[in-house]
Design a protein around this ligand. Structure first.
Ligand code: ZN
Length: 384
């Protein structure tokens, strides 16, 4: 077996140049043209570096999604990435791609253009060393993850269903690159409370305050938080009333719910959706539901992590750790359909922040991790 790490280390400068190319084509989620331009560049690179094929899945509103295919075999491994960023067009002017010491900076470099480069190089290296894992790799590069994947979710789920394993190239946690073996599920609700308006000086007793009702419900919802089981319920915004001297007829709130397991969703959803007004004469309407299912640390996810940890120890000289996060990714969509290991992107920090950066010398290491993972997982068929 060829040494992936050794080869990738020799390619560090080329990897960095590729990363610069991707960072310097800005790709805000809502800018279709810019996203398509980057998609074109990635397609070009993918074809020439991996020898695979690329299918462009057209999209009316957002950037076209990309479905790369590489290798041949009896089963499928999904590499999952997105190329859109939370940055705006022009942010590159004030926050350009640059190298400072052992770090490379730029919009989207960590979340997650670095992951795309590592993915392409992992496949490139397997090919270069003539390692042919017995699997087909599907490399999805979507364009709307940062806005909740409205147009890519279906494609992601379809491919996850066909896959034995899913590897997500999202950033890891902390400066030691912890992998993500659990992500909380997310529920989103909007509460609309209707009361009865009245002059607060003349007719106060005739009013039914929507604000008072919402205050009751806010306390009720917040009491559903239980850190011991990882459940949080957060009323994140409240709006209501018209003037100081009017009993408020209307109030509304946005609520964010995070849970570790689908079972907890099943328990807590009725407690939210069947909310009962505390004040007679007020009415509550609730809209919303589950936005992303949880990525649960199943036994199979645990096995994937153990495999990664062994590769880290034996072949890369790194000590990988795993963490749970409350933040969601497209890995939440794949997790109920196939075992998913997330956080395989570059080591760095500052996702969605101006100090967003990656650690340069870790780029080849993480790319090698990915290559070895593909090679090993290809041997571990889950079903025929
Ligand atoms: Zn991301």
């Amino acid at each position: 077996m060829g040494d992936l790490l050794e080869y990738l280390k020799s390619q560090q400068n080329e990897m960095l140049k590729m990363l610069q190319t991707l960072v310097e084509i800005e790709s805000p989620s809502l800018e279709k043209e810019m996203n398509d331009l980057l998609g074109k560049k990635i397609t070009e690179i993918f074809l020439s570096f991996t020898g695979g094929t690329m299918e462009i899945i057209p999209n009316q509103t957002y950037g076209n999604h990309l479905r790369g295919r590489w290798g041949q075999g009896d089963h499928q491994i999904l590499l999952l990435a997105h190329r859109d960023t939370v940055w705006q067009s022009g942010d590159l002017l004030t926050n350009p791609f640059r190298i400072e010491g052992n770090k490379a900076y730029g919009p989207g470099i960590f979340d997650m253009k670095g992951g795309i480069v590592q993915g392409i190089y992992a496949l490139h290296t397997l090919r270069h060393l003539q390692i042919n894992p017995n699997c087909q790799v599907v490399f999805l590069i979507t364009s709307d993850e940062e806005i909740g994947s409205p147009s890519s979710r279906q494609i992601i789920e379809e491919e996850a269903k066909k896959s034995d394993y899913v590897l997500v190239l999202e950033p890891p946690m902390y400066d030691y690159g912890a992998l993500k073996t659990a992500r909380k599920g997310v529920g989103m609700y909007k509460l609309k409370v209707t009361g009865q308006a009245a002059h607060s000086g003349i007719d106060h007793q005739k009013g039914k305050s929507a604000i008072e009702e919402l205050a009751h419900q806010t306390l009720y919802l917040h009491k559903l938080t239980d850190y011991t089981i990882g459940t949080t319920v957060n009323v994140g915004t409240v709006n209501g009333g018209t003037r100081g001297n009017v009993v408020a007829a209307e109030a509304e709130a946005e609520v964010d719910v995070r849970v570790r397991t689908q079972a907890e969703f099943d328990r807590i959803i009725p407690l939210i959706e069947n909310i009962v007004p505390a004040i007679e004469g007020t009415r509550i309407e609730i809209e919303g539901g589950i936005n992303r299912p949880p990525l649960e640390r199943t036994k199979e996810v645990g096995n994937m992590f153990e495999l990664a940890r062994n590769i880290g120890k034996e072949k890369l000289g790194i000590d990988l750790v795993e963490v749970e996060t409350g933040g969601a990714s497209d890995g939440n969509f794949t997790a109920p359909l196939a075992p998913t290991l997330d956080g395989l992107g570059p080591v760095g920090d500052g996702a969605h922040a101006v100090h967003e950066h990656v650690l340069i010398q870790d780029i080849p290491v993480r790319s090698a991790l990915l290559g070895y993972l593909i090679e090993e997982l290809a041997r571990q068929k889950r079903h025929s």
